[in-house]
Design a binder for this molecule. Structure first.
Ligand code: NAD
Length: 484
């Protein structure tokens, strides 16, 4: 079925084509067939979007001037609208990104929960009074930043856009959202949902476009007060430099190389299931993938046997195949990059336990078999770099100290997993791992209520939880002299 959803930019409450009429063509990664043609924003369109967002964010603007409880009601209405559009968004996301409907459904559910969670916060953002010397009243109040930009990647196009949009709006900011040019479609449903929810014009603006044109224009725009970026570490570094030109604040959600650590006392069936889910969900195209499986040498063979068995039983399927359990990669060039990583692993001494090839029986589509490499050491390319595909690198360790040392020996620090039945090992490892998130006996997991973000080159700042409220507000201190 062809795409019949929104295809234009959404600026100031209006659907509009790009000023010079330029477009992006998208293809379904499972079939390689063209799927949609979408307007691609120019720098001029970005100006229009930022101006509209700025007007709605002004003190007397349509969003900031609302009572907080009215903002909360709007965000609940937005959650309802997204819920109502859920089936459509799931289908579109499956075609645009290749993920299975099951995975796309989880993403949409997470967004609905996130909007409801932050709707609850909209009228509960309190400040504090500060005891200062003398006869004074001193208080701190949290104010919105103004115009927030949201730049999203292609791997969770809908979910990651909503993850930062919801808290930014709850805190009284307005938004300009730019999805990846590889997956521009689902973001347009935020515009559709905003319309249905009666969100005032200019509060939510959606401008699909390329990173080099629309993305750069957003980040370098003096009217943008904060950039919430989710994407690769290299692009993130460039965005930080560009944002620095206007001293624009940033939240950076970047790459990862997650260690999933299996201690010898773990429940091996559960651990193997978690290892499988942690690398083959979303075809491994996850910042928080458990791409390094650290296994104690005593249980190494038993775990590898279980993980290989699960990998070989995984059904590959397109977004619309009912029995698909792992979808394709996003593009031919990305598939080639992932294949090159597998080859690099083999060249550097790893062993191919399973996978490594394009499946014979799938016809078109950017599919790769679930792949497990054993005999990996932590200095190999496959252990150091983010592959962003269905490739698990298994590393053996001898004791607790070695496990922690290997796990922490990475430029990244997003999420780590720990598998053990021993409380001391669980909490000890949670304390010793240099990661923004540690998950014990399940992997990976996150909730709207819990902070998401990384140490080291995995990012700066946090999305989700109460932590995100601090990202999207700024403190104002007021001192009142009460003497005479
Ligand atoms: P990417 O960095 O190539 O692109 C991300 C977004 O940035 C896209 O919208 C792109 O158009 C835009 N962009 C590119 N160049 C730009 C520029 N110069 N100025 C402004 N915007 C620009 O990332 P990707 O390939 O889409 O996504 C995969 C990466 O995202 C992986 O590294 C993954 O780990 C990371 N990621 C991180 C998280 C997290 O929460 N930490 C979540 C998902 C993905």
């Amino acid at each position: 079925m062809g795409y019949d959803g929104p295809t234009e930019l959404y600026i100031d409450g209006e659907w509009t084509s790009a000023t010079d009429g330029q477009t992006i063509e998208t293809a379904d990664p499972a079939t390689e067939e063209p799927y949609a043609t979408v307007a691609s924003a120019t720098a001029e369109d970005v100006d229009r979007a930022v101006d509209a967002a700025d007007a709605a964010a002004a003190r007397d603007g349509a969003w900031r001037s609302l009572d907080p409880s009215e903002r909360a009601a709007h965000l609940h209405a937005m959650a309802d609208a997204i819920d109502d559009l859920s089936d459509e968004i799931v289908l579109v996301e499956s075609h645009d990104n290749g993920k299975t409907p099951f995975e796309a459904g989880l993403d949409v559910d997470m967004v609905v929960d996130t909007f409801r969670y932050y709707a609850g916060w909209a009228d509960k953002l309190t400040g504090q009074t500060v005891p200062v010397p003398g006869d004074r009243l001193d208080y701190v109040q949290q104010e919105p930043l103004g115009v927030t930009a949201h730049i999203a990647p292609w791997n969770y196009p809908f979910q990651l856009a909503g993850r930062s949009l919801a808290p930014a709006l709850a805190c009284g900011n307005t938004a300009v959202l730019k999805p990846s040019s590889q997956t521009p479609l689902s973001a347009l449903y935020y515009a559709e949902a905003a319309e249905r929810a009666g969100i005032p014009d200019g509060v939510v603006n959606v401008v699909p476009g390329t990173g080099s044109e629309a993305g750069d224009a957003i980040v370098g725009h003096p009217g943008v007060d904060h950039v919430a970026f989710t994407g690769s570490t290299d692009v993130g570094k460039g965005i930080m430099s560009r944002a620095a030109e206007n001293v624009t604040g940033v939240t950076m959600e970047l790459g990862g190389k997650g260690p999933n650590v299996i201690f010898p006392d773990a429940d091996l069936d559960d651990a193997a299931a978690g290892a499988h889910y942690g690398i083959f969900m979303n075809a491994g195209q996850m910042c928080w993938a458990g791409s390094r499986l650290l296994v104690h040498e005593d249980v190494h063979d038993a775990v590898v046997e279980r993980v290989v068995e699960r990998a070989e039983a995984t059904t590959l399927g397109s977004g619309i195949d009912d029995d698909g359990r792992m979808g394709p990669l996003i593009s031919e060039s990305h598939l080639e990059d992932v294949e090159a990583y597998v080859q690099a692993g083999l060249d550097e001494g790893a062993t191919l336990a399973t996978g490594g090839s394009r499946p014979d029986d799938r016809g078109d589509g950017y599919f790769l078999e679930p792949t497990v490499l054993t005999d990996v050491t932590n200095d190999m390319t496959v252990a150091r770099e983010e592959i962003f595909g269905p490739v698990l690198s298994v590393i053996s360790f001898a004791d607790y100290e070695e496990a922690i040392e290997i796990a922490n020996d990475s430029p990244y620090g997003l999420m780590a997993g720990v598998w053990t039945t021993d409380l001391e090992t669980a909490h000890g490892a949670a304390a010793d791992l240099d990661y923004g998130m540690v998950s014990v006996n399940e992997y990976p997991v996150t909730f709207p209520q819990t902070p998401f973000g990384g140490f080291k080159q995995s990012g700066i700042g946090r999305e989700q939880g109460t932590e995100a409220l601090a990202e999207y507000t700024q403190a104002k201190n007021v001192n009142v002299n009460l003497e005479g």
